[in-house]
Design a protein around this ligand. Structure first.
Ligand code: F6P
Length: 385
């Protein structure tokens, strides 16, 4: 392999998903198809931190079989991180270090696989040629179970979580229904999704199976009296009910039902624990026996039942990221553009990173039903098969 070739750097960032390695597979396999254009493809150990500490994994040392196997594995194969690059003005030294490492390894392509915060990092890196005169093309490969990136129909990772949450809510609800006459009357499932209720919405799909389900979204302030009244009415009518609560559900003053008091590098509160809080509220107000579960990492790690569409999209976005780089593009993110609802169909497009970084796409208000159980119409239904 000629040393004149431009080398590439790939890193995983933020919370991992059950299909992020499928994107890695798409990036690596596609880069290997262009040996005349791309030299070595390095992966950062633990995300961008691997670039700063010069811990680069030469993926060329891995066999074609090992790379192909990435497509079927959960977690982040190269390690991920929550690490925020400050602005150039605030931490010029960090950018100089990145350039130092990139220069030393002949890196001219940067592929960053992450969510909203990571899109911001990728955008900052994409500006390096302008701001610091180092020629680099940065392409963001979308990923987030929260499904809150703008300008894409959905985000890799979400479809599999949506499938997990929808199916688990339905199955556990059937369990409760069969015992409700003499035992448990309420099942509460807590799901991820810090600010956006797409995952919680997937739990609401249980309503399509005739299950009485209440969904508590992060976009809607928690109203205890209304919530208890709704659970009471559903249990009186059906003998049982299920509740899907987003970890991001919060009181009108902004405090999360599940706030644990700790924060990550992006300043995000550590969440988890809303389910026991609302289950206890129901017990105190209505006296019903309950069970609760926190899906936590089970939902985002569940590769064994991942959505086939999600895996395919994750791979294709990784593949397209490399193609975009070879077309000379910089500061862009490949996207999913829906072309048909039924049957679900899409094509791969692209969006400028500037319009993606730090923009969150919440559940649209018109997706919430105003009757029945406040469940969403069809969010998550199409890309979670
Ligand atoms: O990346 C998004 C996410 O999965 C959120 O839904 C969740 O709140 C968060 O990550 C958990 O992050 P961590 O694993 O860093 O605690």
């Amino acid at each position: 392999m000629s040393t004149d070739l431009t080398n590439a750097f790939y890193a995983q960032s933020g919370g991992v998903t059950s299909v992020i390695n499928a994107s890695a597979c798409g990036v690596i396999e596609t880069a290997r198809k262009h040996p005349g254009r791309i030299g070595k493809l390095y992966a950062g150990r633990n995300g961008i931190i691997g670039a700063l500490t010069e811990e680069l994994i030469d993926t060329g040392g891995e066999s074609a079989e090992a790379i192909a196997a990435l497509r079927g594995t959960p977690s982040g194969a190269f390690g991920s991180c929550r690490y925020k690059l400050k602005s150039l003005e605030k931490n010029r030294r960090e950018y100089e270090r990145l350039i130092e490492v990139f220069k030393a390894h002949g890196i001219g392509y940067f592929f960053y696989n992450g969510g909203g915060d990571s899109a911001d990092t990728c955008f900052k890196v994409s500006q390096l040629s302008q701001s610091m005169g180092y020629a680099l093309q940065a392409i963001h490969v979308p990923k987030t179970i929260d499904n809150d990136l703008p300008l894409t129909d959905c985000c890799p990772g979400f479809g599999s979580v949506a499938k997990y949450v929808a199916v688990s809510t339905i199955e556990a609800s059937f369990d409760v229904r069969s015992m409700a006459a003499t035992s448990t009357k309420v099942f509460v499932l807590e799901v991820m999704g810090r600010h956006a209720g797409w995952i919680a919405a997937a739990g609401g799909l249980a309503a399509d199976q005739g299950i009485p389900v209440v969904v508590l979204f992060p976009e809607i302030e928690f109203d205890k009296a209304r919530f208890i009244a709704r659970v009471d009415a559903l249990v009186k009518q059906h003998g049982y009910c299920s509740v899907v609560v987003s970890e991001g559900c919060h009181h009108p003053d902004g405090t999360f039902l599940a706030e644990q008091g700790t924060r990550d590098a992006f300043g995000h509160a550590q969440l988890g624990g809303a389910a026991p809080v609302v289950a206890q509220m129901i017990k105190d107000a209505l006296g019903h026996k309950f069970h609760w579960a926190v899906a936590d990492y089970l939902q985002r790690a569940a590769r064994h039942i991942a959505s086939a569409t999600d895996v395919k999209q994750a791979y294709e976005l990784g593949q397209r990221a490399v193609e975009l780089a070879l077309e000379g593009r910089n500061a862009v993110m490949p996207t999913i553009e829906r072309t048909s609802d039924v049957p679900y169909a899409y094509r791969i497009g692209s969006a400028p990173l500037e319009s993606v970084a730090n923009v969150e796409k919440p559940m649209p208000r018109d997706s919430f039903r105003t009757t029945a159980t406040a469940s969403p119409r069809s969010a998550g239904a199409t890309c979670c098969r």
